[in-house]
Write a protein that binds this ligand. Sequence first.
Ligand SMILES: [Zn+2]
Length: 256
Amino acid sequence: MIDSHCHLDHSPLYEKLDEIVNRAEISGVRCLLTICTSLKSFEMIKRIILKYKNIYGSVGIHPHETKDHINVDKNMLISLRNENNKVIALGETGLDFYYQNSDKFIQKKKFVEHIEAAIELDLPIIVHSRNAEIDTFNILKDFSSKNPKILMHCFTGSSDFSEKMLSLGAYISLSGIITFNKSKELQKTAFSVPIDRLLIETDSPYLAPIPKRGSANEPSFIKYTAIKLAEIKQISYEDLIVYTSNNFNKLFSLSQ
Ligand SMILES: [Zn+2]
């Protein structure tokens, strides 16, 4: 299995990283992508990817953090990425109009900087979108002639939104939210997403899946999301893992 989105630099994962990485390996997770949220986060991510062979990282500013990173532009993102070849994605970026921790205008501006950097580097962008489906789609659509590689992380949107994103060539990553009882609509959407566009993630330490709900999430818990998604897609657990891992490797141009 591959956990396409976790935050290993966030507490309480960072404090017991050896233990967490070991448990992930034992439960069959062979690759992790730890996602950057701020400049401070990037410093920790560089340390993590240097230490562990099967962990890759990203560079980017979470929409919540954009107000404190006004100076981070396309060129800075490109030069930060070029500090380390195990940085294989830009993000997480995108729009969050639910919390609006940062002004909408700033979020949009920074989203565009990330997209431009990703296109120039030919790397995928990890997109966070909450209460912002129309703007997320419209901004990405403006770049469609340049074929950006798009990964919609922790997808919880409408089926209409998933179809629009798929039309732009995006991959859709599902988290433990699909295991929740209230996620009937999302489960229906997951059923309709083509199997060759699906990825799985934990978004740990957040959003622990059932039956671990309430505890800090960690990459080893990805199996619960995989079990649920296999059930939704009506395929075997083994096939689900082969598909989602192949999709990850294809999107990130990895041969593992
Ligand atoms: Zn995240």
